[in-house]
Design a protein around this ligand. Sequence first.
Ligand code: NCD
Length: 355
Amino acid sequence: MKHLIDLESLTTEELMEIIRLANAIKENPKEYSEVCRGKILATLFYEPSTRTQMSFKTAMLRLGGSVIGFDNPQNSSVSKGESLKDTITVVGGYADIIAIRHSMEGTAKAASLYSAAPVINAGDGGHLHPTQTLTDVVTLYNEKGTLDGMTIGLCGDLKNGRTVHSLIKTMSHFKGNRFVLISTPELMVPQYVKDVMNASGCRYSEVNSLSEALPMLDVLYMTRIQRERFRSFDEYEKQKGVFVLDREKLKLAKNDLKILHPLPRVDEIAEDVDYDSRAKYFIQTVYGMYARMALISTMLKTADRIPMPRQFDTHNIRCTNPNCITYTEEYLPKLFRPLGGDMLLCKYCDARNLI
Ligand code: NCD
């Protein structure tokens, strides 16, 4: 594993190995407390974070390694106008592994082109968040005992919620999972996520009532409305508060339902739900630390440093997604995958582009 940009780069067996390792570390943390001694993790957080950043740092410290980085780009040379390429080229020379979060889609992929050290995507705009999915699958595996055959409800901002996209992509590769996508018509999942469900033959339905969906669910994945991704405050105001899980609604749910949430919560889960034994969103954050310990130690064991600088062939068209990193970092090579017909898929952000 060179970089972790999207969990799609792992086979199901490789993913299961990480889950098993996370559990082994959880059972016996002492045995792993030196495995990253002498190694350095850089956390480059261009966007706010509590859990992801702190769990990455804690994970590295608990493995015996050290941490550098920034959580406010205004305190780094980014504020002087330094490009992503230059920052990454330099940090890739200091650190052994890099976790990066950014508001533009495809940033981690872009960083991986210029980093001598392996890069982990800690969230790229409204696109993907693979290490949150690792957190989610470790939680589900422990709390459900399986990753197969579940009816999984995902509720809230399915359009902009990167955790939703990564989770659906991963869970659609396990046998017999079915998705109930609960959102307003404006916030339904993007096409590239539907493409993955369709390709894997996974059943899914798009509904607009949480109460109607609840009785059939084995898992409910609640998400907040992603205010920072909206063009205007008015548009956000129209979407917020539409879906709220409270104790009353929970009466409709199965006794063995598991409620997950990547956090932070805004108003979509009432506080009294926290005391229901089906609520798993706080223990989920602890699983996330073990998941990241497993990931970092696996990547540092297998990944070699990559010779730099590298050059890339570039396409002559530009991605039309205004949230794609190629919009702001214009020197980036334009990379596409042919989709058939006159369609190209942007390798950074997964947007479809017509030739
Ligand atoms: C999520 C994120 O950043 O995408 N948080 C997290 O990493 N745990 C979810 C969110 O911000 O809503």
